[in-house]
Design a protein around this ligand. Structure first.
Ligand SMILES: Cc1cc2nc3c(=O)[nH]c(=O)nc-3n(C[C@H](O)[C@H](O)[C@H](O)COP(=O)(O)OP(=O)(O)OC[C@H]3O[C@@H](n4cnc5c(N)ncnc54)[C@H](O)[C@@H]3O)c2cc1C
Length: 141
């Protein structure tokens, strides 16, 4: 690799990666990228992190993808579905149970992980767009 390219790669590595939205997708992304060695800032238009309490249904992949976070988040399991029509019904057993998770716990746990990994947060900050400038990209908030 030539010296100029190496310098460019090093300067890119120190540049902050911007993630828009402090919810499940954004927080998971932020923690993953910061662990990969890049500084990360999450922009969130709301004034603070206060996820509404709500259940979501997800597949069992959640356990492998979320590992430790999953333990505090799963509140129940679905092992079978029942279908009803014209007075008849059928049961479908799931090979692996679907999981009922509490979204507010998931987001709080992901935010904790992202913070511990070194993510910075800017609340009350709405992302409006990006445009190229002489140094790279100009972020409008
Ligand atoms: C009624 C309903 C039921 C659902 N049920 C399920 C389910 O059972 N299982 C399942 O897996 N999924 C379900 N979903 C989908 C799931 O909720 C979403 O896929 C998930 O919440 C998306 O998460 P996210 O992190 O991508 O975005 P969001 O949760 O939408 O969060 C986006 C964040 O970005 C912020 N933001 C947005 N724009 C900007 C901006 N310009 N600048 C700064 N910040 C910004 C917002 O304030 C917010 O905090 C359901 C959705 C709905 C509406």
């Amino acid at each position: 690799m030539n010296q100029g390219k190496a310098q460019l790669e090093n300067s890119n590595k120190s540049r902050e990666v911007i993630v828009v939205g402090a919810s499940a997708a954004g927080l998971f992304t932020a923690a993953s990228v910061v662990r990969g060695g890049r500084p990360v800032r999450v922009l969130e238009s709301k004034p603070q992190l206060e996820p509404a309490s709500r259940t979501l249904i997800v597949t069992s992949h959640f356990h492998t993808q979320m590992a430790a976070v999953a333990q505090d988040t799963v509140i129940n399991e679905i092992r079978r579905f029942e279908l009803f029509t014209d007075g008849r019904s059928a049961q479908i057993a799931l090979k692996k149970p679907d999981l009922i998770i509490e979204r507010s716990r998931l987001i709080s746990a992901l935010a904790r992980e992202a913070r511990q990994a070194g993510t910075s947060f800017s609340f009350d900050t709405r992302f409006l767009g990006v445009a190229p400038n002489e140094r790279g990209l100009r972020l409008e908030v």
